[in-house]
Design a protein around this ligand. Structure first.
Ligand SMILES: [Zn+2]
Length: 292
């Protein structure tokens, strides 16, 4: 690894920040102007790309929670939250049967695999050659490229997803501008990422599991991510605190219907909304929907 690189705030361009935590020798800082939380100084872009080698996808990299090969094998033939997410996105984007989806940072391709089963035309972008190759073997159209390097048609996609990806991107502002152009009018961008304002961060501080300063170089909260999306041009942004944990539980007990966003029936619907409310107090992640 070469030496670190200092960066200005990606949202507002200011270089005026305070250190909020120090972890693994990295400063996690907060912009005094716009409150964006980011790692500064951080690894250089090429060192960041090199983190996502074959080992990373097997849990051998900086994020030990990642076990995508295992996950792909376990989940490709059973219903999981991805099915619910895809139905939700189709509903929001108004795709009856057909529709084009782009998954940025598609990993092994599990989300695309599910989307394809649900009738969508799928495309993935993945910077790891090993992961892109794995997806290819599953007969998925995945380009080994970044959002910055790929040539995407304008106004082509109904849905663009970035699950646990935006916190890794060197330049979220540029990425969101590319995404906005590539979406059709009324198209929807789906983001999942950590929430800086979550209770776990407030309790555990620097020990919060989501602080992985080598790769998680931005930590958003509902306000900062919303400002980014509105600035990019999105007309409607819905930020929810729906992390995977409780949502998976709802799926297990049959409250979540993988075919629709909000479940049918008064009891299921009440449990769904109650869980969403509870999630505000316990979840460390956000599910964000932005409509062009
Ligand atoms: Zn700023």
């Amino acid at each position: 690894m070469s030496k670190l690189e200092s960066v200005v705030c990606n949202y507002c361009g200011n270089d005026n920040y305070r250190i909020v935590y120090i972890k693994e020798g990295f400063n996690i800082v907060k912009c005094n102007n716009c409150n964006l939380v980011y790692v500064n100084p951080r690894l250089k872009d090429e060192d960041i790309s090199n983190l996502y080698d074959e080992d990373y996808f097997k849990g051998g990299g900086f994020d030990k929670n990642v076990e995508y090969v295992k996950e792909f094998v376990q989940k490709c033939d059973i219903s999981d939250l991805s099915d619910w997410d895809i139905s939700t996105l189709k509903e929001m984007a108004g795709c009856k049967e057909q529709g084009n989806i782009l998954d940025i940072g598609s990993g092994m391709g599990l989300f695309l695999y599910k989307a394809k089963i649900k009738g969508l035309n799928t495309k993935g972008l993945e910077i790891s050659p090993a992961a892109a190759k794995f997806s290819e073997l599953q007969k998925l159209d995945v380009e080994n490229n970044s959002i910055y390097g790929a040539k995407l048609s304008s106004a082509y996609f109904d849905i663009i997803s970035m699950k646990e990806v935006i916190e890794h991107l060197p330049n979220p502002k540029e990425a969101l501008s590319i995404i906005y152009k590539s979406l059709k009018p009324k198209g929807v961008l789906f983001i999942t990422t950590g929430n800086y304002n979550c209770p776990e961060r407030k309790i555990k501080g620097a020990d919060w599991f989501y602080f992985m300063p080598k790769g998680h170089i931005y930590i958003f909260d509902p306000k900062t991510i919303k400002k980014y999306l509105i600035d990019a041009g999105f007309s409607k942004v819905v930020v929810t605190n729906q992390g995977d944990l409780l949502m998976n539980f709802l799926l297990k007990i049959g409250v979540i219907d993988t075919q629709r966003f909000i479940p049918k029936g008064i009891i299921k619907r009440s449990i769904f909304y109650l869980t969403r409310f509870i999630n505000h107090f316990i979840s460390s992640g956000m599910r964000i929907y932005a409509i062009k």
